[in-house]
Ligand binder design. Structure first.
Ligand code: G4P
Length: 530
């Protein structure tokens, strides 16, 4: 296969949802269809269980296991599919945001009864900001849920999407009969009472065909005809370019648990979803078809064995062919690096690989040379953009609890932050360190890992911060900026990249600050420079 064919057949995507909407079940069913696993339950076992917040060690253990599910790759109809795992647990939302920088498209799973939930809103917003092509799967149609049109409205309004249904349910819950696949003009019905078997789709180009009444009953047939007519009138027609540019989102209905609608989703997905896309670097746009290798680290996973402080850095290949033992440039530190045992990922295992192509993920064993966002090239000075930090939601001072081990503490903190476990801020005024996290659980994880992996002890102290705002002064000599710095001195800090951050204690403070110092711009993510 040629290099260009290898690129064209790759589909790298992530599935996002609010916990419990059915992401794990859908992932598993996709793997089953792809023949990558033989039985259900294989992925599930690695899932970070809900309600486990009190048991962080269990979560860490599961996170350790989940290296295996970080990338799930399989071949389906000759397409190489890479599913990048996105943790559903809200305390790990940062991991998900970062993973979204490495996908070419996403599937959004929504529970038909619950509709759009908060975690989905946040994640879809990130995808929208980056114009990532999105496909929506409305799940659990075997249960009673919201009316399909109401749900489409909700998706449009709450998620700010422009949708076009590609399939439509016939009944719901107890009355759920099946799905009309608008995309392929096929009728797929449940067969059997237990709703676990599915008939093969029947081609149904013309819904006015009276046979429809015989198959689904007169009432259901009439309703379906009206609904499809309404869809034709109200929703835009599917247009692949609009989908690819992020301005139109196709919607599918189904039930992952019952394998219903999953194959339709997968078949449409491989046809319409994008192959590896060009990616913006600070210097230029890099096309996947370029022959020279480029790639970036989007995730670092600590090995769970504390004796070997060994980590796995996940690199997304953006362009060129990645080759084992070839010399590459680690752009940030200017060093040449070679990898003798890079890993490629398959459904549940990883293997040493000789070559990888754009869209693929390579896992590199690392002892601390990589951090998230690092770029690899064949010599070019290039820095991929797009791994922003969002304001953490929790903030605490971190104190050294064992003065003999301060070196270990700082090294540990440094490496854990490179892994993206949390964000570290250093106060301008006194140099004190503040750790910011998305979930309170992270503090326990950090404390535990500092002790077990670095032999350092820390304690925390509460700090009342509402939000971290990245500060963009219009002009460093600007008097307003100087005044802002003087007045807010106690609340100013630097993030790990040395950017100035204002730790605001309330929404009110943010508003007051903005109106008092209008030329000092406050941003809620670290990525605001073009
Ligand atoms: P998540 O990864 O998004 O958190 O969701 P997950 O797949 O774990 O699904 C959450 C729950 O919803 C699971 O039930 C799962 O079996 C169920 N589920 C997923 N898809 C469907 C569907 O199409 N129909 C119905 N009725 N249920 C569905 P659970 O009781 O939490 O777990 P389990 O005991 O089944 O493992």
């Amino acid at each position: 296969m040629t290099f260009l064919e290898e690129i064209a057949r790759r589909r790298t995507f992530g599935i996002i949802s609010h916990p419990d909407a059915g992401k794990t079940t859908l992932t598993e069913k996709l793997l089953l269809f792809g023949g990558a696993i033989q039985e259900a339950g294989a992925v599930k076992n690695n899932k970070i269980k809900k309600g486990a917040t009190s048991d962080f060690m269990e979560i860490e253990r599961q996170r350790g296991i989940s290296v295996a599910t970080s990338v799930l790759a399989f071949i389906y109809q000759d397409k190489k599919i890479n599913i990048l795992d996105t943790p559903g647990h809200k305390d790990f939302a940062e991991d998900t945001f970062r993973t979204l920088t490495a996908v070419d498209s996403v599937i959004v799973v929504i529970d038909v009864a619950k509709g759009v939930e908060p975690q989905t809103e946040k994640l879809v917003e990130v995808c929208r900001m980056r114009s990532i092509p999105m496909l929506v799967f409305i799940n659990k149609l075997d249960r009673e849920g919201k009316d399909a049109f109401d749900l489409l409205d909700e998706v449009e309004q709450k998620l700010g999407l422009r949708v076009t249904p590609m399939s439509f349910p016939i009944g719901m819950g107890y009355d759920f009969k099946g799905i009309y696949n608008i995309w392929e003009k096929k009728l797929n019905l449940f067969s059997g009472d237990n709703k676990t078997t599915i008939s093969d789709g029947v081609q149904f180009d013309d819904l006015s065909n009276p046979e429809l009444d015989t198959i689904v009953g007169e009432t259901a047939a009439e309703t379906l005809r009206e609904e499809i007519e309404l869809i034709d009138e109200v929703y835009p027609e599917f247009n692949r370019d609009e989908y690819l540019s992020g301005s139109l989102q196709p919607v599918f209905f189904g039930s992952a648990l019952n394998n219903f609608g999953v194959k339709e989703l997968l078949d449409a997905f491989i046809e319409i979803a994008p192959s590896p896309q060009p990616k913006k670097a600070e210097e230029r746009l890099v096309d996947s078809k370029e022959e020279k290798l480029t790639g970036f680290v989007f995730k670092i996973h600590a090995n769970m064995d504390p004796k070997h402080r060994d980590r796995l850095a996940f690199i997304k290949i953006v362009s060129g062919t990645f080759k084992r033992n070839a010399p590459y440039l680690h752009v940030r530190n200017g060093k040449k690096v070679k990898f003798s045992s890079p890993n490629a990922f398959f459904a549940e295992k990883k293997e040493i690989v000789d070559e990888s192509f754009p869209g693929d993920i390579v896992g590199i064993h690392d002892t601390g040379n990589f951090k998230i966002g690092d770029t690899l090239t064949q010599g070019e000075q290039l820095n991929f953009k797009g791994i922003p930090s969002f304001s953490p939601e929790h903030f605490r001072y971190v104190n050294n609890a064992d003065p003999m081990k301060s070196k270990q503490l700082y090294k540990g903190l440094d490496q854990l932050m490179d892994e993206g476990v949390a964000q570290l801020f250093t106060l301008d005024m006194n140099g004190r360190k503040v750790i910011g996290t998305v979930g309170a659980l992270q503090y326990e994880v950090i404390q535990y890992r500092l002790e077990h992996e670095y032999g350092a002890k820390c304690s925390y102290e509460n700090l009342s911060v509402h939000k971290a705002c990245w500060v963009e002064p219009e002009d460093i000599k600007n008097e307003e900026f100087i005044e802002f710095k003087r007045v807010k001195q106690r609340y100013l800090a630097k993030d790990k990249q040395g950017q100035l951050v204002f730790l605001a204690d309330s929404e009110f403070t943010i508003q007051m600050t903005q109106s008092k110092y209008p030329s000092v711009k406050l941003h809620f993510t670290s990525e605001f420079k073009n």
